[in-house]
Design a protein around this ligand. Structure first.
Ligand SMILES: [Zn+2]
Length: 284
């Protein structure tokens, strides 16, 4: 008789514990609006890309999903890349200071800026043979530029620096002049706001061929030569045609950025802008 009592008590306790577990579980699900199922659904919408790439940020999941809804023509990889860069938000809206200061992998664009007092280390004057006036670049970029211009010259082409390092104050004057002439909206498509100009890194050079206006550089033989050879010296066309939405700038055939030979070659082979390269391989 005693045995039966204990047996029933045990069954009773098991039933009570199981009921409690069920009730508590239900409560947790009600309190958590982003339940596991909802998250899984969103990831499936992105073809479970989180399992394939290491620059996927779970905290951006809603932004990826929203951006995909308005950009259904883009691949999931491009969606992730662009949202990571901040492209789902307007230019100059949510900005942050550049890191990797004084590194050739530094990123400066309409979301990432340089402080007013930032002056890169090791600025050196480009040889007057390859520039139209006194222009400076960071030592490594200057050496690469002179080598490139010199090899171009041996092949009968003239590559001349017409703008290189620009200080914050210089850019401020330039931008204000353009705004006065064309208004903010138009000026923003072709000129950087002070602090947002890549020229302040000392890794950028604008070029011409010595006798054609730089605006027409695309039509010159030198442009063709640059298209085929610039990456071999570590330079890339920073604002290419067809990538205006990513870079935030009109196509500029004359503006080249030094990133080193390896990155430049990889970017050329994979048709990437530096913004995209940075989001995928540097900023992880
Ligand atoms: Zn430029």
């Amino acid at each position: 008789m005693k045995k039966i009592f204990w047996y029933f008590l045990l069954i009773f306790i098991v039933i009570v514990v199981l009921s409690l577990v069920v009730i508590i579980n239900k409560k947790i699900n009600v309190n958590n609006p982003q339940s596991k199922d909802e998250k899984t659904e969103k990831l499936e919408f992105l073809n479970n890309i989180d399992k394939k790439i290491d620059y996927f940020h779970y905290s951006y999941l809603d932004r990826y999903v929203n951006y995909k809804q308005s950009h259904s023509d883009l691949s999931d990889i491009d969606i992730i890349t662009r949202v990571n860069l901040g492209l789902d938000k307007p230019f100059y809206n949510e900005t942050k200071p550049s890191n990797l200061l004084n590194k050739i992998t530094i990123l400066v664009n309409k979301y990432t800026y340089l402080e007013k007092d930032y002056v890169p280390n090791n600025l050196r004057t480009i040889s007057s043979i390859f520039s139209n006036a006194e222009k400076e670049l960071v030592y490594e970029a200057k050496e690469a530029f002179e080598k490139m211009a010199s090899n171009a010259k041996e092949n009968g082409y003239t590559i001349r620096a017409i703008s290189a390092y620009r200080s914050y104050e210089y850019q401020e004057g330039l931008y204000n002049k353009y705004v006065e002439k064309d208004g903010i909206e138009l000026a923003d498509t072709y000129s950087a706001r002070p602090g947002y100009s890549e020229h302040q890194t000392g890794l950028v050079v604008d070029i011409d061929n010595g006798n054609t206006d730089f605006n027409l550089f695309e039509q010159t033989e030198e442009f063709k030569w640059m298209q085929e050879n610039a990456h071999l010296y570590g330079f890339i066309l920073r604002y290419p045609k067809g990538k205006e939405e990513v870079t935030g700038y009109d196509y500029e055939a004359w503006h080249y950025r030094y990133v080193g030979k390896d990155i430049a070659t990889f970017m050329k082979n994979n048709d990437l802008t530096y913004d995209e390269y940075y989001a995928r391989y540097i900023d992880k």
